[in-house]
Design a protein around this ligand. Sequence first.
Ligand SMILES: [Zn+2]
Length: 258
Amino acid sequence: MFADRCKPVRATRPPVVLAAGRRQTGAMRDATVARLDYGYFVRPPDEAGPEPSPRPCLGYLVDHPEARLLVDTGMGTDPEVDAYYRLHRIELPDALARLGLRLDDVDAVANCHLHFDHCGGNPLLSGRPIFVQRVELEMATTTEGYTLPELVDAPGFRYEVLDGEAEVLPGVFVVPTPGHTPGHQSVVVRRRDGTVVVAGQSHETAMEYGTEVLARRAAGEDAHAMADLRLGPEWVARLQSFDPARVVFAHDRSVFEP
Ligand SMILES: [Zn+2]
């Protein structure tokens, strides 16, 4: 079911519906992307600037005709971490229930990266393939303090280790988007009425992403006058090459639309 393929393709234009999807039948079935609410935490001042900053923790369920792929599984739990971040967790089974789904309905997992707030529910999904970049898995399993160790190494875990971009389901691509972590990855979901990019924590906010997209456009239109604009990483162009109708994020409810 899950093959390492890479076939970049152009998408059609919006509108696209970011809505919960139940399995449908018939030839016209299209993949849907639904948001899951895993709760929130508060970044303390020394991490987020002069003031504490509450952030949502969001996941996305890709309901594809061949499989349900869950992008991020919520926040792990640890007394010290919970207190430090004033964390209010919605457990994975409860988050799924809001979409009318159970743990058994999830066929595969892709974590944008393996920090504790993105793979907290992975132990509940053991046996399911977990798509991860090799460099991310190595970091998470060898670097002290990188994540909660029990979230990345437990009996029954079944990693599908990727070295770069891969088409993991027809029209569903995992694309490396390093920066926040060396092995950060995003998930691109081609849909007939518009591609959705689940960009995870590639950017903290939709506005940051949009700023880099516009900077690239401006520099392309007038390289001389716009030479001082910060373009951001090269992979922003790769994500944009899918012509996304929507780009969604792990810690921002706002959505980038071109
Ligand atoms: Zn995060």
